[in-house]
Design a protein around this ligand. Structure first.
Ligand code: NAP
Length: 439
């Protein structure tokens, strides 16, 4: 007999610790484009992982909510991000979403940015690691094992900008030149203007989360990535405030003649190094010597570029997960967008969203289910169950010869099985029961 499960919302205590019932309500936004392909697969696979881990004693109770194209088509909703959706995300605390479309240069502002700002989800957390068997363009993808903490609510993503020739731009230019003494811009009549706010509070709460993560996960370093050499007060401030926080709140200290700060992890007794690096140098070093990096804390725009670039080193954005986390409230999401060119073709890779769901399961303390899920993904990838993006990436890594058999999985010795979105979901469920499949 099947037990009737009634969902209950997760609660956040005053100290930001979650109280998770056995049947938590989890709001889910299907998403635009490939969202309709990957989200149903994610739900099915996650249900299977939770069942494998706990039988009938625990389950996620999915609560579908509207945003994006779905919301616009619904006759009762006119805005792509209904107020009701935001309210449910707030009330039920932990949610997952598919990608949402943002038109370029017209239409509504990014719904993803709006959700992050409305719920104050100030940390965008993106782990980047390699899965055995996945062929990538770099020689040692296994050296990439980083977690990027990207500030999510400030920087030039706040949407404070005005178009060329607008009244606001003309007034702002006048204010800048006459009141603040800024030298006239090179092309004042054809200049658009955006503002880059970066605060000490905003920077420090993000950096605190990154350092706390390094403590909890026993990581060796936190690197503050910035462009403070050029943007001295915004990006330079981020770096300076980061060091100040590490010193004041975590007891980090300088070492004679060495760059950065150190402190001892109070849980494991091992040292954690707080260092900083200019963003362009970081991108170079991350490609040449990725093993030197561990936890990364950075500003909004840098984090966007960095996480996609790192994802490419381990197999692409099809397998890159992400989470937007505040003081308890969290929305998990794939790093990629709606990929309209492959939407509706059962060919999108669902692993980015599956790995985001794995993060969600760990976040709410369903660790055994998360382990089943990641075992399944690891096993499916290592045994050659690959979606077209992985096959193409492997072909490109081997010189782009489209005519040949795409790849032999030299690392694992298995034969390639091309699959679509649903086939990948089936393979993940199959390999959940093979613990330890290739590490
Ligand atoms: P994108 O949707 O991430 O797609 C870029 C390319 O990445 C796709 O054309 C596709 O490559 C590949 N790709 C992405 N997801 C994939 C998956 N699951 N499986 C296999 N391949 C995948 O980026 P975009 O084209 O710049 O953005 C499209 C829309 O998504 C925009 O409206 C943008 O604003 C939005 N977006 C939303 C989010 C979000 O919701 N968090 C994030 C980023 C972008 P091929 O062409 O090689 O197949």
């Amino acid at each position: 007999m099947k037990i009737q499960k009634t969902g209950q919302p997760i609660r956040v205590r005053a100290d930001h610790v979650l109280e998770v019932p056995p049947y938590p309500l989890i709001p889910v936004i299907e998403g635009d484009g490939v969202g309709a392909d990957i989200t149903p697969v994610m739900r099915k696979v996650v249900d299977d992982a939770v069942f494998k881990a706990y039988g009938e004693t625990r389950a996620l109770i999915w609560h579908p909510v509207e945003a994006g194209g779905g919301a616009r088509c619904n006759s009762s909703q006119t805005h792509p991000l209904p107020e009701e959706t935001l309210e449910i995300l707030k009330q039920e605390v932990v949610a997952i979403k598919g990608p949402l479309e943002t038109p370029v240069g017209r239409g509504w502002r990014s719904l993803n940015v709006a959700i992050r700002q409305a719920l104050d989800l100030y940390a965008c957390v993106r782990p980047i690691r390699h899965f055995p068997g996945v062929v990538t363009p770099v020689r040692h993808p296994e050296d990439v094992d980083m977690v990027v903490f990207r500030e999510n609510t400030e920087d030039i993503y706040t949407g404070i900008e005005w178009p060329m020739g607008s009244d606001e731009t003309v007034r702002l230019l006048r204010f800048l030149t006459s009141d603040l003494g800024v030298a006239p811009l090179r092309f004042p009549l054809t200049t658009a203007i955006g503002i880059k706010p970066v605060s000490r509070e905003g920077s420090q709460r993000l950096i605190a989360k990154a350092i706390q993560y390094a403590i909890d996960a026993d990581r060796r370093s936190v690197t503050l990535v910035h462009k403070g050499n050029i943007m001295k007060y915004t990006e330079g401030g981020f770096c300076q405030w980061g060091y100040e926080l590490a010193e004041a709140s975590f007891g980090a200290r300088k070492r004679e003649g060495k760059r950065g700060l150190w402190f001892v992890n109070p849980v494991t007794g091992r040292e954690i190094h707080i260092q900083d690096m200019i963003a362009d140098n970081f991108l170079q070093q991350a490609l040449l010597q990725p093993a030197q990096f561990d936890v990364i804390a950075t500003l909004n725009l840098n984090g966007d570029y960095i996480s996609d670039a790192l994802a490419a080193q381990v197999g692409g954005i099809g397998i890159a997960p992400g989470a937007n986390i505040g003081d308890g409230t969290a929305v998990f999401e794939a790093t990629h967008g709606t990929a309209p060119d492959i939407a509706g073709q059962d060919s999108a890779n669902p692993c980015s969203m599956l790995l985001s769901a794995e993060m969600l399961l760990r976040y709410i303390g369903f660790r055994e289910a998360a382990d089943f899920l990641v075992t399944g993904i690891r096993g499916a990838l290592a045994h050659g169950f690959w979606t077209p993006d992985l096959i193409r990436a492997a072909q490109n890594a081997k010189g782009g010869d489209q005519g040949e058999q795409p790849v032999t999985l030299a690392e694992t010795g298995f034969t390639l099985h091309p699959v679509g979105t649903r086939g990948m979901g089936e393979a993940v469920m199959l390999y959940m029961d093979v613990p330890g499949a290739l590490g």
